[in-house]
Write a protein that binds this ligand. Structure first.
Ligand code: F3S
Length: 383
């Protein structure tokens, strides 16, 4: 592969993989069974990124199941979401390059909801921080936090260098977190992720004191702990499959109810809401069903986006949820989200149930934020 016998794209991919392997001291390559490629929005890629993708697409083809992260727009209903046609054209060129390589162009940060679902112990190469954390900690698969190009390289070769979280010794917990608070609902799990992320200094944590957590709560927690703490993996009692094979660290940190409340307060500005977005990470069908019930027969007064993967929206269509939601005036934003879409300057204050969403809304789009439960977010949209 490295000497170019298999073509230019594979040679370039193997150069990326072996360079990274060299830097991190890997002694061999491992086969991967699944890849998730981030860096899809034209707003982040620009012409230089697109040129790289087109070069790889000249003779590169995926060897394993590969899905894409959210793009800068809904690939079908971009006009309705206020995206200009020049951006849309460029975003379509990006998607075409990925499709030419055989990558499934469903753009979502929850690939595990649409059939890219690796199992315990599988080596994979994913590059979306929330999904990386979910894959390592909830599914028990093994992935480093790949960048867009290194994930693409793994997709085209079916290999990655064996270092970091592919190795047992690097998956051990270093800090125990005792949760002495009742945590329920996605926004409070997101707040917990920030408390731990801020306090753990990038360490892999062992979490106890959470008797149960839904898939949606875990995805919210994963997104937040990865965003605020750069933590690519945790062990949670009763959730993480390999929890038992890690030692419980002596060093402990306690999280109390007041810590969670403080974070919610911190992420809530005193400002009039003009934009509501739910689905960071992308909504599950369960969340959409809940939203439909809460919006049934009502009319939203603010811009309200429900962000999700297109196949999940298609289930919602079949179930009649989409009709109820759209009748209220709320909009689905498939393939994209309120962070990667180019909406800077369009709104002033975002209300969301996602702590990760608040981080990027403030940092990237310069919005004020309000962190609330899904019910409260919808109430704000209806006001
Ligand atoms: Fe997904 Fe966008 Fe949030 S990519 S995790 S919805 S910032």
């Amino acid at each position: 592969m490295l000497n170019g016998k298999h073509g230019k794209a594979i040679k370039k991919s193997m150069e990326i993989i072996t360079t990274l392997g060299g830097i991190y001291g890997a002694s061999r390559l491992v086969d991967v069974s699944s890849v998730q490629v981030a860096g899809v929005s034209y707003a982040n890629l620009g012409e230089a990124g697109l040129e790289f993708l087109n070069e790889m697409a000249e003779d590169g083809k995926t060897k394993v199941l590969t899905t894409l992260n959210p793009a800068g727009m809904d690939l079908e209903n971009w006009k309705e979401l206020g995206i200009d046609s020049k951006f849309a054209k460029n975003q379509e060129r990006v998607i075409e390059a990925f499709e030419k390589m055989g990558i499934i162009s469903t753009c979502t940060c929850t690939p595990y909801f649409i059939g890219n679902l690796p199992h315990f112990g599988e080596h994979i190469a994913w590059s979306e921080s929330s999904a990386v954390c979910y894959a390592n900690s909830v599914l028990g698969a093994r992935t480093n936090r790949e960048g867009g190009p290194s994930a693409l390289a793994a997709a085209l070769t079916g290999k990655t260098a064996e270092y970091g979280l592919h190795l047992d010794e690097n998956r051990q917990a270093e800090l125990t977190i005792d949760v002495e608070a009742q945590i329920s609902k996605t926004f409070r799990f997101g707040a917990l992720g920030k408390v731990i992320g801020d306090g753990a200094e990038g360490k892999i944590v062992y979490i106890r004191g959470i008797p149960k957590a839904s898939v949606e709560e875990l995805k919210s927690f994963c997104a937040s702990v990865a965003t605020y703490g750069g933590i690519p993996m945790f062990h949670m009692e009763g959730i993480t499959p390999e929890c038992k094979s890690t030692q419980i660290p002596e060093e402990t940190m306690t999280v109390r109810e007041s810590d969670i409340d403080k974070v919610i307060e911190e992420l809530t500005d005193d400002s009039e809401v003009d934009f509501v977005s739910i689905g960071c990470p992308h909504c599950s069908i369960n969340e959409i069903a809940e939203i439909a019930e809460l919006l049934r027969g009502k009319e939203v007064k603010k811009e309200l986006w429900i962000t999700t993967a297109r196949p999940i929206k298609e289930i919602a269509d079949r179930m009649g949820y989409s009709k109820v939601i759209e009748a209220s005036g709320a909009k689905f934003a498939c393939d994209t989200c309120c962070v990667v879409a180019p909406i800077k300057g369009r709104f002033k204050t975002l209300c969301t149930d996602s702590a990760k969403g608040c981080y990027y809304a403030r940092g990237k789009n310069k919005f004020n934020t309000k962190l609330n439960s899904i019910e409260e977010c919808l109430e704000a949209a209806l006001k």
